[in-house]
Each structure stands twice: as structure tokens, then as C-alpha cells.
Design a protein around this ligand. Structure first.
Ligand code: SF4
Length: 443
């Protein structure tokens, strides 16, 4: 069989689906190609949440039009949310594309691929409501991702996800626990639970998200559990309590707010007000004082006036996020916001984004500096970019920490003292003595 190269756009759900695609293709005898030029099958696993990712994909596919003429044996497949959104239209518009496959149609890949290899061009974009998506021959990573639910019922007015990923579907807790146990046996020490809205997780037996976390925390060799994304309206007191009381659950929460003005939050159909969000943050910090908080903000939503933006800026100061993911609004097909009046110009969106990001850098630095002198426990993930002799890991809040140490510490929880801070990371000195670690493990 041939070699496959997968290019992944967008979120961690897509990274997970790319792992699934590779899993399916490995089962069919494919091997992963080191680069696109040595692949017989090129897969683009796409995102349609933001216009930027979509434009990047079309630019890639444009370049491949000529490549396909000189390499007619190469097959090009487009998967993911944009494939779901465009379906057959994509086949018509892009003659270089052979296969368009929506996320729920991935199990059909073994059936469709032989037909595509014979020269047929096909699109399959059903929304099946399939939630149980185990990876069979999956290799564990130290930090392994596990999808616990898919889809979303919230229909925020700017978001295409409910249309291309369908309604919420939760995997059975038992199947998730089996997958996490298998990953842990294969060397995973942290699992990152994924879903568009994980805290509305509820399986058919009635297991909710706090109970799922408690169940997974019982797996002996698993050291840490984290999760994204949480919708503020589903952040229950029970989940806050579980964050506080379960040592294996990381003390970091991604709680997207999107805007600081009630007028814009209502137009976005987010289902909460600024006051309600700030109240949740206050209660969360009372329950889990060490929590590290991250958020998402969209600037330039249709109708966003300077006063609305000022309210977003003041919310930033009131919350004090440790990290923030911020974006310029872009119209997406299928969404109600796409046809709202009061569009903000691209220059103004860019200006607001730069102002917001500059302020957030100051806040992130101040919050990191406030941690200096503290002792933290870091799960070592591998060598730091910094260079030889430096290791990189995350403390319990998910913040990146670099410190000097031997490579054999990978996969261990090491105590460090935080000594200096930048906007994006912390530097520390190791406290855990090497003598407590078996010499064979230190490499
Ligand atoms: S909660 Fe809103 S933004 Fe998030 S996936 Fe659902 S519809 Fe999209």
C-alpha cells in the first residue's frame, strides 16, 4: 500500500479525527509519509469555524491543481467540517479533489477509498449522530487526547459547529474508561478530554461530566486529567467541587466568554450575561483558589460599538485570564450572524484585536509573576525548545514550565520552584532530588 500525508486545520477535535483517519488507513496498509511530496494520498482535515483556516486550505488546494496534473496517481481527500459544509459543491469547484468526507462519514473510508483509487470522485457527508468513536490500534502519547462527546446544541449565532458536527452526542462512560485504561497501559500519563461542550456530557446511563472525571481518576497509572471546552452555562457547582477535590483533575479551566457587553452576548446567543459570567468566575475562584483560567474572545462581532469593546476590555481586567485566545469575527456560511447588519470594518477589527492582545499580554505576565517563589508539580513532557539540558512540562494549572534536568524525567511528576516568568511560560529550578529516581530511568 501507499503512503498518506494528513494536514490538520483547526481544533483539537480535528487533531483527534486525524489520528482516527491515520488509524483507519494504517489498518488498510498505509504508512505515514514524512512529507506531502512522498505521499500517494493527501488528506486535508479541515475547519470551517474561521475564515482564516478556510482561506489557507483553498490556497493549499489551489497549489495542488498543477501538482495533480504532473502526479495523476496522487489522490486528494478533504475531510472535516469544511467537507461537511461544502459536500458535492467542493467536488464541482475543485477538480483536483477526489474525495470529500464529513466527520461522521469517516468509518466509510475503507469502503470508499478503493473506488477513489479506481478513479471515481465522491462526496459523503451524512450526519449520523455517532458518538462512540474508539481508536483501535492507537498508540498512546504521554498526553493523549480522548473525545468524550461530539457536536453542540447551543447554536451560538456566529458558529457553524452545530450545522457541520450535528447535535451533542456523548460516548458511554464505560467505553471512555476502557480507552483511557488502554492508553495508560500504553504509556499515557495525562488525558485531555475533548468535546465542543464537555461539561454538558451525559451518557445514556445518566453519567454526567463530574462523575466521568471521578471514574477516570480511579485509573491507577493515570496522573492527570484535563478537558476542553466548557460552556459557562453548564459550569455546575458539582463540576467546581470536582475540580477542587479530585487531585488528578488539573486546576485549569477554559471558559470562553466571547464578549464583555450584554448587548453583544445576547446577539451572539451565548445564553448568559456579563454579570452571570463574572459571578461564575468569582464562585470558581472561591471553590478552587489556584485555578488557572483561559478564555476566548471574538472582536468585531456585527454591531459591536466602541462602548461594547470597552466593556470587553474591562471584563478582561475584572477576570484576569491567565491565557486568552482572541479572534477577529468573520462571517461563516449557514450562521445567523452572517446576515446581521452593522459589520465592523477589517481595519477596526484588527485594531481592536491588537489593543486586546496587548492588554492580555500584560495581564498574563502579571499573573505569571504572582506565582514566583511557589512550589509547583510539573508533569515533564520532553525537552524544552530552549535547548540541551532543559525540560518542558506543565504545572497543575496547565502553564508551561521549563527547568534544567535529564531527559529521563519525561513522564514524571517533578516538584519545582518557580523562579522567573514570561508572558507564555515560567522558568523553574528542580526540587525533586534525582536520587529518588531509579538510575535506569534517568537515561
Ligand atoms: S457552544 Fe457555541 S461556539 Fe461553542 S461549539 Fe457550540 S455553538 Fe459553537
Amino acid at each position: 500500500m501507499g503512503k498518506v500525508h494528513i494536514t490538520t486545520f483547526g481544533c483539537q477535535m480535528n487533531e483527534y479525527d486525524s489520528a482516527r483517519i491515520l488509524d483507519i488507513l494504517t489498518g488498510l496498509g498505509y504508512r505515514a509519509a514524512a512529507g506531502r511530496e512522498e505521499a500517494d494520498l493527501l488528506i486535508f482535515n479541515t475547519c470551517s469555524v474561521r475564515a482564516k483556516a478556510q482561506n489557507k486550505l483553498y490556497s493549499f488546494l489551489g497549489q495542488l491543481r498543477d501538482y495533480k496534473k504532473t502526479h495523476p496517481q496522487v489522490r486528494i481527500a478533504v475531510t472535516g467540517c469544511l467537507a461537511q459544509q461544502e459536500g458535492r459543491r467542493m467536488l464541482k469547484a475543485l477538480p483536483q479533489v477526489d474525495l470529500v468526507l464529513g466527520p461522521d462519514a469517516l468509518p466509510d473510508l475503507p469502503r470508499l477509498l478503493p473506488l477513489v483509487l479506481e478513479g471515481r470522485r465522491m462526496a459523503e457527508v451524512k450526519l449520523e449522530g455517532q458518538a462512540d468513536l474508539p481508536l483501535s490500534g492507537r498508540r498512546a502519547s504521554l498526553v493523549s487526547q480522548v473525545t468524550v462527546m461530539r457536536g453542540c446544541d447551543n447554536f451560538c449565532s456566529y458558529c457553524v459547529v452545530p450545522y457541520v458536527r450535528g447535535r451533542e452526542k456523548s460516548r458511554p462512560a464505560g467505553a471512555i474508561a476502557d480507552e483511557v485504561e488502554a492508553l495508560t497501559a500504553g504509556g499515557a500519563r495525562e488525558v485531555h478530554l475533548l468535546g465542543q461542550n464537555v461539561n454538558s456530557y451525559r451518557d445514556e446511563e445518566g453519567v454526567d461530566f463530574p462523575r466521568l472525571l471521578t471514574l477516570l481518576a480511579r485509573i491507577p497509572d493515570l496522573l492527570r486529567i484535563r478537558f476542553t471546552t466548557s460552556h459557562p452555562k453548564d459550569l455546575s457547582p458539582a463540576l467546581m467541587e470536582t475540580l477542587a477535590s479530585e487531585p488528578k483533575v488539573m486546576k485549569g479551566l477554559h471558559l470562553p466568554v466571547q464578549a464583555g457587553s450584554d448587548r453583544i452576548l445576547a446577539a451572539m446567543k451565548r445564553g448568559y450575561t456579563r454579570t452571570r459570567y463574572l459571578d461564575l468566575v468569582r464562585r470558581l475562584r472561591e471553590t478552587v483558589p489556584e485555578i488557572s483560567l483561559s478564555g476566548d474572545i471574538i472582536v468585531g462581532f456585527p454591531g459591536e460599538k466602541e462602548e461594547d469593546f470597552r466593556q470587553t476590555m474591562s471584563l478582561l481586567d475584572e477576570v484576569g485570564y491567565d491565557f486568552l485566545f482572541s479572534f477577529q469575527y468573520s462571517d461563516r456560511p449557514l450562521t445567523p450572524a452572517g446576515v446581521l447588519p452593522g459589520k465592523v470594518s477589517e481595519e477596526e477589527k484588527r485594531r481592536r484585536l491588537l489593543v486586546l492582545q496587548a492588554r492580555q499580554r500584560e495581564i498574563s505576565l502579571t499573573r505569571h509573576q504572582a506565582l514566583l517563589g511557589r512550589v509547583a508539580e510539573v508533569l515533564v513532557e520532553g525537552p524544552a525548545k530552549k535547548g540541551h539540558g532543559w525540560l518542558r512540562g506543565r504545572e497543575a494549572g496547565g502553564r508551561t514550565v521549563n527547568f534544567a534536568g535529564p531527559p529521563g524525567l519525561r513522564g514524571r511528576l517533578i516538584k519545582v520552584k518557580l523562579e522567573s516568568a514570561t508572558v507564555n511560560s515560567l522558568r523553574a529550578v528542580r526540587l525533586t532530588p534525582l536520587e529518588t529516581i531509579a538510575a535506569k530511568d534517568l537515561g
